[in-house]
Design a protein around this ligand. Structure first.
Ligand code: CA
Ligand code: CA
Ligand code: CA
Ligand code: CA
Ligand code: CA
Length: 365
C-alpha cells in the first residue's frame, strides 16, 4: 500500500512539475511566476468534438432568480452548438444550432406584456446572430423567432455580448467580426417572437473578440486581441471613438501576454467592481478596477487540484449574485483549452467553475 501511495505521490508531483504536454517547456506557473492561485470547484462535461479540436469557447451564466443554486452555465461549442450545464457540470441540453463562437444572455427583454431572458450567439456557420429564449421552468432553450434570419455585416462573426440600458430599458446585443467591425443590434418583438435590428456600426484597428458592458456606467469594453481593452459608450447614440485602457497592454503590463480573449465584470456594487480579462498567452486572468483609472489589481491562474488546471482560456464569465452555499459570492466560469481527466488522459475541451470567494481571498479584493 505504502509503495502504491508513494508512486502515486511521485506521479502527482511529476505531473505538477512538468505540467501537461501542451505547455511550452520551462513555462512557469502559479506563485513561481508571480500569479495568485485558485482551483476549479467543478468542471462541465467535455463538449462534443475531437479531443484535439479547439471547440469549447465561451460561457454565459443564466441566473435562476427563483432557485439561485439551480443557476445554469450556457457554453458555446464552435464545432457546432450550445450546451446547457448545471453548477455541478452535468449537461442538461446540447443544441446543434451551428458553429457558435461567443454566447451571452440578455436578461429582462421586453416581449409583449412580459420580460424574458434571451440567449444570443455569434453563429460562424452562416455569419448570423442566433437568438434563443430561456424557459424559466427548466432552462431549455427555444428559437426566439420561427423565421427571422439575422445576417450580420462584420465579416466572419466572432465576439458577442448583451446590454440592457438602465436609461431607456432597451436591450441590445453587440457582435463583432475578426475584421474589427462591431455592430450594435437592438432587440424588439413582433407577433411571432423576438426581433433584432442594427442601430450602430463602428470599427477597431485589428482583430477583436471578448466584450462586456458595465450597465451602471453604460460602458462597453472590447478586447483587441493583440493590443488591449478599449472602452466605448454603450448607448446607440454614443460616440464611435473609444479609449484604450493603458494597463491592459503588454507594453504597460508584463503580466499580459496576447491574445487578450474573454472580458467580463464582477460587480461588487453599482460603482465598485472588477474588470477581468483572459490573458491567453500565459494562461492567466488579469483583474482591474472597473471604471476610473482601471487600476491593475493582480493576476491569477486556475491550478490543478481536484480537477486539472486551466490553460489557454478563450471566454470567461463572472456573476456576483450568491448561488447557494457552494458559491456564496457568485462564480467565475472559464473555458479550458487543455482538459484532462482525473487519470491525466486528454479529453475534449470544457468549462471550469470557480467559487468567487477564492479569487477575492487570493487577490485580497
Ligand atoms: Ca481556443
Ligand atoms: Ca460570454
Ligand atoms: Ca480569439
Ligand atoms: Ca486544463
Ligand atoms: Ca478535467
Amino acid at each position: 500500500m505504502k509503495t502504491t501511495l508513494g508512486l502515486y505521490l511521485f506521479a502527482a508531483a511529476l505531473y505538477v512539475l512538468i505540467g501537461c504536454q501542451d505547455e511550452p517547456a520551462g513555462f512557469l506557473q502559479g506563485e513561481k511566476a508571480g500569479f495568485k492561485e485558485v482551483y476549479a470547484n467543478a468542471e462541465t462535461l467535455p463538449v462534443a468534438a475531437g479531443v484535439d479540436e479547439d471547440a469549447a469557447d465561451d460561457p454565459a451564466i443564466w441566473y435562476n432568480s427563483n432557485t439561485p443554486e439551480k443557476t445554469l452555465i450556457i457554453g458555446s461549442n464552435k464545432r457546432g452548438g450550445v450546451g446547457v450545464y448545471n453548477l455541478n457540470g452535468q449537461e442538461l441540453y446540447d443544441y446543434k444550432v451551428g458553429r457558435i463562437n461567443n454566447v451571452d444572455i440578455a436578461f429582462g427583454v421586453a416581449y409583449k406584456n412580459e420580460l424574458i431572458d434571451v440567449v444570443a450567439g455569434s453563429n460562424r456557420s452562416d455569419s448570423t446572430l442566433l437568438l434563443m429564449t430561456v424557459s424559466k421552468s427548466d432552462g431549455a432553450l427555444l428559437p426566439a423567432h420561427p423565421s427571422q434570419v439575422l445576417k450580420a455585416d462584420v465579416g466572419d462573426v466572432y465576439g458577442l455580448c448583451a446590454y440592457k440600458s438602465f436609461k431607456t430599458g432597451k436591450s441590445f446585443i453587440f457582435m463583432n467580426g475578426k475584421s474589427g467591425r462591431v455592430q450594435q443590434w437592438q432587440l424588439g418583438f413582433d407577433s411571432l417572437g423576438i426581433t433584432a435590428t442594427v442601430v450602430r456600426t463602428f470599427a477597431l484597428p485589428s482583430q477583436v473578440e471578448g466584450m462586456v458592458v458595465d450597465p451602471y456606467s453604460a460602458t462597453l469594453y472590447i478586447g483587441e486581441e493583440d493590443q488591449g481593452v478599449w472602452i466605448f459608450d454603450a448607448e446607440p447614440n454614443g460616440a464611435s471613438e473609444g479609449k484604450l485602457i493603458a494597463t491592459t497592454t503588454a507594453a504597460k503590463n508584463p503580466k499580459i501576454v496576447y491574445d487578450i480573449e474573454g472580458v467580463t465584470i464582477y460587480h461588487k456594487s453599482p460603482k465598485i467592481g472588477y474588470l477581468i480579462i483572459s490573458s491567453q498567452g500565459n494562461y492567466s486572468y488579469a483583474v482591474f478596477e472597473k471604471g476610473g483609472e482601471h487600476k491593475y489589481l493582480g493576476s491569477f491562474q486556475v491550478m490543478p487540484n481536484e480537477f486539472d488546471g486551466v490553460e489557454e482560456t478563450d471566454g470567461i464569465e463572472a456573476i456576483s449574485l450568491p448561488l447557494g452555499s457552494n458559491y456564496p459570492k457568485g462564480a467565475f466560469v472559464v473555458q479550458d483549452g487543455f482538459n484532462y481527466s482525473k487519470a491525466n488522459k486528454k479529453e475534449t475541451q470544457n468549462f471550469k467553475i470557480i467559487d468567487w470567494q477564492q479569487i477575492e481571498d487570493a487577490l485580497g479584493l
